[in-house]
Design a protein around this ligand. Structure first.
Ligand code: ARG
Length: 464
């Protein structure tokens, strides 16, 4: 069927192997909504500019609308062996409305057509993912609000470092996903330009109006240079990069959730709805969701690298290599949308074991830095000397099998006479957490400020 439409020069039937390699219909058929939307806008513009008649426009419109309905309802399946979604729909249109259908492709090429369809798809899903990210950030903020006084060991090198609160830890993730959201928004804005009317590569001699089609498709304006436009897949690469970065964040969180739900930590419990069992070990409850989210990150990274590699050596303008742009993007988009939804639901229903987190703070001398800071501040000791004296006190606490926060003033005096009684309260883990009250720090009051700022930002975004 497609041979008739797309190949005036090719007389023999295509080899089945050529078709297996060349046809994109099996995967680009998901673009049918965008393809029809683009064709409707194009036909309306052609009629407006007197390039086709109003009568032809009416026939094309009716035909395309009935095709859309039939695909949606399942009455029309797109597996007629055409090369791609563009040929399949044009073919079907001509079957339905005759000659008017053959006029649709005036002043258009599949090169600007595919660029338009694909951009519409990417922009649509950009909006969907961005919306989901706002909800995810809100979920983090909600958890943070409930835990601004829940102590846990903050870590570096996965070793206990300084006491922080769990709300603060959640706000770190809220900040990461906020940046992801902003990246999606900026990609949307940068790429919201219409490729339609660029034709094969150089524009067209027909008196078209690209502003008209841009406007009716929801783009801000037409693109500047047609040669660039039909060669450009940056919008798809940006989508892949934004998804890869977002999934990288999700993967880091997943790693923590997996650790925290282990018996060694026991800091959180995933709801039974979000855990799976083992086929042989009846006692097991496995964190499959965060494990899969961690793994999906590899897959979306692969999609990004694959398209970067496809594009890297291509001369201008369109090359068939570029047909390889779609499957990875569809896959990453699907993966991203499912992943954010699952993560959001799982976080909303996870339980936090405050006691276990608090207990963990009694290991690792988390407030040691506070003692060193005290010696510097109150005793005028050079920091390096204070650091060494604190080290001695930590060793002493270890010899007693105690955490530094459990030492009495008498015990402290055994190592140094320089220490006053008020140090004991200072070494308390909560006091230590609240002492870090510099801007952006973990102190409860600072965490609350961060939550308020993030809530305000969420309100602003929601009202846009
Ligand atoms: N199926 C093609 C793709 O996805 C459409 C563009 C074809 N253009 C061409 N000149 N062969 O890239």
């Amino acid at each position: 069927m497609s041979k008739k439409l797309a190949s005036a020069r090719i007389k023999t039937e295509s080899s089945a192997l050529l078709k297996a390699l060349n046809d994109s219909l099996p995967f680009d058929k998901v673009l049918y909504e965008e393809d029809i939307k683009g064709s409707l806008a194009h036909a309306a513009m052609l009629a407006d500019r007197g390039i086709i008649t109003q009568e032809d426009l009416r026939a094309i419109k009716e035909g395309l609308e009935s095709i859309l309905e039939d695909i949606r309802s399942g009455k029309l399946s797109l597996d007629g062996g055409e090369e791609d979604i563009h040929m399949a729909i044009e073919d079907e249109l001509t079957r339905r409305v005759g000659d008017a259908g053959k006029r649709l492709h005036t002043a258009r090429s599949r090169n600007d057509q595919v660029a338009t369809d694909f951009r519409l798809y990417v922009q649509k899903h950009n909006r969907i993912i961005a919306e989901m990210l706002l909800s995810l950030v809100e979920t983090f903020v909600g958890i943070a609000e409930a835990h601004t006084d829940t102590l846990l060991p903050g870590m570096t090198h996965l070793q206990h470092a300084q006491p922080i609160n769990f709300g603060y830890h959640m706000m770190a993730y809220a900040s990461m996903f906020k940046r992801d959201y902003e990246r999606f928004v900026s990609a949307y804005e940068r790429n919201n330009l219409s490729p339609l009317g660029c034709a094969a590569l150089a524009g067209t001699p027909h008196p078209i109006d690209r502003n008209l089609t841009a406007q009716s498709l929801g783009f801000d304006a037409p693109t500047l240079n047609c040669l660039d436009t039909v060669s450009d897949r940056d919008f798809a690469l940006e989508m892949l990069f934004n998804i890869a970065t977002m999934m990288m964040h999700m993967s880091r969180l997943s790693e923590e959730l997996i650790l925290w739900s282990s018996a060694e930590f026991g800091w959180i419990k995933l709801s039974d709805k979000h855990a799976t069992g083992s086929s042989i070990m009846p006692q097991k409850k496995n964190p499959d969701i965060p494990e899969l989210l961690r793994a999906k990150t590899g897959r979306v990274n692969g999609n990004l690298v694959a398209l970067l590699t496809v594009m890297k050596g291509l001369p201008l303008a369109y090359n068939k290599d570029m047909q390889e742009d779609k499957e990875g993007v569809f896959d990453s988009v699907q993966t991203a949308e499912l992943s954010v939804a699952v993560l959001d639901e799982m976080l909303s229903e996870m339980t936090v074991n405050k006691e276990a987190m608090h207990r963990a703070c009694m290991v690792g001398h988390l407030s040691a830095t506070d003692l060193a800071d005290y010696l510097v501040r109150e005793k005028g000791m050079p920091f390096r000397d204070a650091y060494h004296l604190t080290g001695e006190i930590v060793n002493f606490a270890e010899s007693l099998d105690k955490d530094i926060s459990q030492l009495s003033i008498e015990e402290l005096h055994k190592v140094s006479g320089e220490i006053d009684e008020d140090v004991v309260t200072l070494l308390d883990n909560r006091a230590s957490m609240n002492a870090r009250a510099s801007e952006g720090g973990t102190a409860t009051e600072r965490t609350v400020e961060q939550i308020e700022a993030m809530r305000e930002w969420l309100r602003q975004e929601a009202s846009k």
